[in-house]
Design a protein around this ligand. Structure first.
Ligand code: SF4
Length: 182
């Protein structure tokens, strides 16, 4: 692959032209594979980032996650429990958009705007959902924490597979370019 990247521009154009003309894509451009929630907000509603100190670790312990979500900022208009709020101005709402179904979203919208629910009450289903989501991750990770040689052998297997695929791609590229030297 490194050799293909280092091709002079003319050769690259000829290569891609040949490949496109032949209807065979050898160097296909990687595309993003996104989940339903490709952007996960941070605890303050900004992009989740370690440098913003607004993250939730994938295997963070449940007490710490609970505390972080319970102390998340909310709509500043809700100073008292009896003050109505606006979900669109609250970072917790962005979490509901990711974790809650339509029924719960309506419960939040109505309860927030009418001061019918308190912020801690509103945050609890988010806490439950995050903990529920992370439970299998913690369980799956445990065997690798207990035996790191498993990780090393997975990496070694992956390297071997990737090396074989790269060699095959390079062979095809050389073939279509008429570079049959080894
Ligand atoms: S009720 Fe929920 S959406 Fe409304 S301000 Fe409080 S935490 Fe945010």
């Amino acid at each position: 692959m490194e050799e293909a990247q280092n091709l002079p521009l003319g050769d690259r154009e000829r290569l891609f032209g040949y490949i496109e003309g032949g209807g065979k894509v050898i160097l296909s451009e990687p595309q993003a594979l996104l989940t339903e929630a490709p952007k996960m907000p941070g605890l303050d509603g900004q992009k989740m980032s370690k440098s913003y100190d607004n993250t939730i670790g994938l295997r963070e312990d449940s007490e710490s996650i609970t505390k972080k979500i319970r102390t998340m900022p909310t709509d500043p208009a809700r100073v008292k429990r009896s003050d109505p709020g606006e979900p669109e101005k609250c970072p917790v709402w962005q979490f509901h958009l990711v974790y809650s179904d339509e029924k719960r979203k309506q419960w939040v919208q109505q309860g927030c705007r009418s001061a019918g629910i308190g912020c801690l009450e509103c945050k609890q289903p988010v806490i439950d959902s995050v903990l529920e989501e992370q439970k299998p991750m913690r369980e799956r990770a445990q065997q690798y924490l207990e035996d790191p040689t498993l990780v090393r052998s997975i990496i070694a297997d992956g390297c071997e597979k990737a090396g074989k695929l790269a060699q095959e791609t390079l062979r095809e590229v050389k073939e279509v370019m008429g570079l049959n030297y080894s």
